[in-house]
Design a protein around this ligand. Structure first.
Ligand SMILES: O=C(O)CCC(=O)C(=O)O
Length: 296
């Protein structure tokens, strides 16, 4: 459960870090299953719908940067969409009726690890209201050196920045007026979580340390927040993702700054989309192309 001060801080700043949310046993189990996926990635040489590979990935030196939709891939990950302590925290921020959707494990290996350029999740998937947030479960201690998630406090109350370049959605802020000068790193210990609001401007640097940085992200949405860009999910599929509370056929409408993430590179992950960026602020873009990956 969160204190009133923590709730107020989230509302004002748009983010929160909460220590000691999952137990040492849970952390061990999550690390174990994540290592299994890294082992499996030795058998593939190109990114696919589950494994998103860093440039330079080989069987001998696997460089897996993302497990896409891990909740659908393994029951250990699936447990976390029902994790009661996490849901209690999320409920106190966006209400009692909750659905999960996006989920991924983002990994930055020591000395490797792609930067994720500044962006707003809202630019990828605007909804009828903005009671959406992303939980990041830290599998390692998050530090500035290993590429902790960075946020711009209060930016969730501001504009929706342009994420287009040459008329194409490229998954990162492209407006030359954007200056990330108030950025803070969310330093949380392994077993803690970060939460960031869907409109928060966020990103992360490459991992320049000798320690890994693995984060398991799950997006939770108020059930009455309805996607403005069709997801292809049926009502039945959407309702299967409700983890607390009731289904609703009455989208709640809020007047908000929306820009549609269209047209976009078909089936590209955020890494593939951001590879198109000419001006990077957080890291050098690799020339790797991650094809056939989904969403954000
Ligand atoms: O892994 C990170 O540091 C950033 C994650 C993120 O914002 C994303 O994958 O959309």
């Amino acid at each position: 459960m969160l204190t009133n001060d923590q709730i107020k801080a989230f509302q004002t700043n748009g983010y929160l870090a909460v220590e000691n949310v999952i137990s040492a046993e849970e952390l061990e189990e999550l690390r174990g299953v994540t290592e299994e996926f890294v082992e499996r990635s030795r058998g593939i040489s190109e990114s696919n719908s589950t494994f998103d590979l860093e440039p330079g990935h080989t069987a001998d030196l696997p460089q897996l940067r993302r497990i896409t939709r891990p909740v659908d891939q393994h029951q250990i990950y699936a447990k976390y969409v029902h994790h009661q302590s996490i849901l209690d925290i999320v409920e106190s921020l966006i209400g009692p009726n909750l659905r999960y959707h996006n989920n991924k494990v983002n990994m930055k290996n020591p000395g490797h690890g792609s930067a994720v350029e500044w962006h707003q999740d809202w630019a990828f998937y605007p909804h009828t209201n903005d009671d959406l947030l992303e939980v990041g479960i830290a599998l390692d201690d998050m530090t500035e050196e290993n590429g902790a998630l960075m946020v711009i406090p209060g930016s969730h109350k501001g504009k929706t920045w342009d994420h287009h370049q040459d008329g194409l959605f490229v998954g990162a802020v492209t407006d030359p007026k954007f200056e990330p000068n108030r950025a803070v790193s969310l330093k949380v210990k392994a077993g803690g979580i970060t939460l960031h609001h869907v409109r928060m401007v966020h990103g992360s640097k490459p991992n320049e340390s000798d320690k890994s940085r693995r984060m398991f992200f799950i997006g939770f949405y108020a059930v009455d927040a309805w996607p403005l860009i069709p997801t292809g999910q049926s009502l039945e599929e959407m309702d299967k993702c409700i983890v607390r509370g009731q289904s609703s056929l009455e989208p709640r409408l809020k007047e908000l700054p929306v820009r549609l993430s269209l047209p976009r590179v078909e089936g590209g992950s955020i890494y593939a989309q951001q590879e198109k960026l000419r001006n990077t602020l957080l890291g050098t873009r690799s020339q790797n192309s991650s094809k056939d990956l989904e969403g954000e």
